[in-house]
Design a protein. Structure first.
Lengths: 150, 518
């Protein structure tokens, strides 16, 4: 079976653009990226189904070779699942926007804390030291975020 | 067709029906509880009967809708699948009882979202249905559907209440999960393109006929998909960030089940589709890195939940180690260790939930003197924690001995390196646990814990019987694994042998004619 080159190129472009968008910190951009990628994968199923043919229904068509119905069934299922997932992510993004007023994802607070401690070369869990570290690190963080916002 | 095959779809159908009923009865707590518990009990009994049948008569197969394996979906329950369903349902039952013990005050703002909402029971049942689907399915695409079912349910559970921290953790988790599913889906498309089927048994026969280079690509794609779900390094970073924020029962059930579903898919595909494969070396290295990196992460954590999440990642390495050895002893030990790990991690997260109730926090540096305030709680933490670290005579020790023996039997330098790695990891696990123990359970508390629990909504929250009993029961199940280790190891050993020779599975699905010539 030689695959249809158009499908392959379309799938590659969709997945490529999807990966680029998915790497963004914006939840909505990442979601669009995910959608592009899943469409790319769905096109991949069309490649897998081989050449187009007659309708795969008994009594229809002129008796020529029929299209492979299995990948179409699989793709339909995949599309439905993607729809459900998208609905959930949209709700989640909306909730994040309600809570924070922004669409951008922050670093995890706990790993950010450990990062700061590592940079300050602090291995203790002493609260006073930690507060000092936090205040210094907060200065750093302000600079960083300030730069990002610009 | 044997007397028991009609039971096979029941492990999926029952929880789904239960989910519908509990959703319809969303306002009635008692009905929800009764239905959920009944359903889980029935599934447990069903899975028990199926294990007996699979052990006696070989894999139980159902062709859904009467379609042949070439067109339709088959459900297959062999020893491995039945064992996994049983242990999953047992821990879920513990978690459900625990959540019932928390009491229901779904609209109680003071409770900080710790209580289950009306959607908790239906979602948990959908999660179990998804987990059971992946376990009993004999079809690659059907496994994908099972994954998506359990993922959708897990998304809802992880973001229960919709607080800022949970939404943030949820976003990370959702995107990682979606991405790994997408990789898996792409792998399925390529598998279909290469072989013209997604049925596992047919694939096992056809995949030998395609070029080796194509097989390696398919294998790698599937590995990436499954290893992300199972949190194998370097695809493990998402887990410690997303698990700790959820309510205790949710984290407990996640820690027990979700990663192990990825492990199950790994075991199934590695043995059935890619026997004696060329990527075992890669998997062994991944196992080593998962163990060591995971445990090094655990050692520096202050928060008990995060520490446990890192040990969870680390011990996934043990499971991958057993799978990658590809020998009967390795697989058998891996299956045993999976069952041990599901029970122990769930128990530990539940106990941490109790710690949070008594101490008001899970940060070890802010706790202290818990052993004096609540000796029972200390005991409940101590026993599974030692079990996790692998102190004899607990089941963790037996599982690790099994894995190490399998590694020594293998005899290559890489296997010995893995053996050394697993010993070091065990010791570091003990260190991480001792560190938390020393801070949280010994010493003095700055805030003066009173055993009556912190003030929440104007009244003290004490450890109620409803919370303690399920936790004690799960601790007991963990200890029980030690008691029944002998017979259990025999069953896992037979399961591993079946997985390796493959013929029982292929015969059961394809019939003797198609299974010939392997």
């Amino acid at each position: 079976m030689s695959p249809n080159i158009t499908y392959v190129v379309v799938a590659a472009v969709l997945v490529g653009c999807g990966v680029y968008l998915l790497l963004s910190r914006s939840v909505i951009r990442a979601l669009v990226g995910f959608l592009l990628m899943s469409n790319g994968v769905n096109v991949l199923f069309l490649v897998a189904s081989g050449p187009a043919g007659e309708v795969p229904i008994l009594g229809e068509g002129d008796g020529g070779p029929i299209a492979d119905p299995v990948p179409q069934a699989l793709v339909l299922t995949a599309i439905v699942i993607t729809l459900a997932m998208t609905a959930f992510v949209l709700a989640l993004a909306h909730r994040a926007w309600q809570l924070g007023g922004t669409d951008l994802l922050d670093d995890d607070p706990e790993s950010a804390r450990i990062h700061r401690k590592a940079e300050a070369n602090d291995t203790s869990d002493d609260e006073t030291v930690q507060e000092a570290v936090d205040s210094i690190a907060a200065g750093f963080a302000d600079e960083e975020t300030g730069e990002e916002r610009r | 067709m044997t007397a028991f095959t009609w039971l096979v779809p029941m492990v999926v159908v029952l929880p789904l029906v239960g989910a519908g009923v509990t959703l319809a009865a969303a306002g009635r707590t008692q009905v929800q509880r009764a239905v959920s518990l009944t359903v889980l009990t029935l599934v447990l009994v069903t899975a028990g009967v199926l294990l007996y049948a699979a052990d006696r008569e070989g894999p139980q197969v159902v062709a859904v809708g009467g379609w042949a394996p070439t067109e339709g979906i088959v459900l297959v329950v062999d020893r491995l699948a039945a064992l996994m369903v049983i242990v999953s349902v047992v821990v879920t039952m513990g978690v459900l009882l625990y959540s019932i013990g928390q009491g229901r005050s779904s609209f109680d703002r003071e409770d900080d979202g710790q209580s289950p909402l009306p959607v908790f029971h239906p979602t948990l049942l959908v999660l179990i249905a998804g987990v059971a689907t992946t376990f009993v399915s004999g079809d690659l695409f059907h496994i994908y559907v099972g994954f998506e079912m359990l993922l959708a349910a897990s998304f809802v559970l992880l973001t229960l209440g919709g607080t800022a921290s949970r939404v943030q953790a949820g976003i990370t988790y959702v995107f990682v999960s979606l991405l790994s599913s997408l990789v898996f889906l792409a792998a399925i498309a390529l598998v279909y393109a290469a072989t013209g089927t997604v049925n596992l048994a047919l694939l096992a026969t056809r995949i030998q006929e395609i070029p080796h280079s194509t097989t390696v690509v398919l294998h790698l794609l599937l590995l990436v998909g499954f290893c992300t779900k199972a949190a194998v390094f370097p695809m493990s970073g998402w887990l410690p960030d997303s698990y700790p924020t959820a309510p205790a029962p949710v984290t407990a059930v996640f820690a027990g089940l979700l990663t192990k579903v990825g492990i199950y898919a790994l075991i199934r595909t590695e043995t059935l589709l890619f026997p004696g494969n060329s990527l075992n070396t890669l998997l062994l290295w991944a196992a080593l890195a998962t163990m060591v990196v995971g445990i090094l992460g655990a050692v520096v954590q202050d928060d008990i939940k995060r520490m446990l999440s890192f040990t969870l990642v680390s011990h996934i390495g043990f499971l991958v180690f057993g799978i990658a050895l590809g020998s009967q002893a390795g697989l058998s030990a891996a299956i045993f260790y999976t069952m041990h790990h599901i029970t122990i991690q769930t128990t530990l997260f539940l106990v941490t939930g109790l710690v949070e109730r008594v101490g008001g926090t899970t940060a070890a540096s802010r706790l202290g003197g818990l052993a004096r305030v609540s000796p029972l709680l200390a005991l409940l933490f101590f026993v599974p924690a030692l079990n996790l670290a692998g102190i004899p005579p607990f089941s963790g020790f037996l599982g690790k001995v099994g894995l190490i023996q399998a590694g020594v039997d293998e005899g290559t330098w890489l296997a010995y390196l893995l053996v050394a790695g697993s010993v070091v990891t065990s010791l570091l696990t003990l260190y991480a646990i001792a560190r938390v123990w020393g801070r949280a359970f010994w010493g003095q508390s700055e805030e003066g814990l009173t055993g009556a629990g912190p003030l929440r909504g104007g009244h003290h929250v004490a450890l109620s019987t409803g919370l303690v009993v399920p936790t004690v029961a799960l601790v007991a199940v963990g200890l029980g694994l030690t008691v029944v280790a002998g017979p259990l190891f025999e069953v896992t050993s037979r399961a591993a042998l079946d997985l390796l020779v493959r013929t029982p599975y292929l015969f059961a699905v394809l019939g003797p004619e198609l299974g010939v010539g392997l």
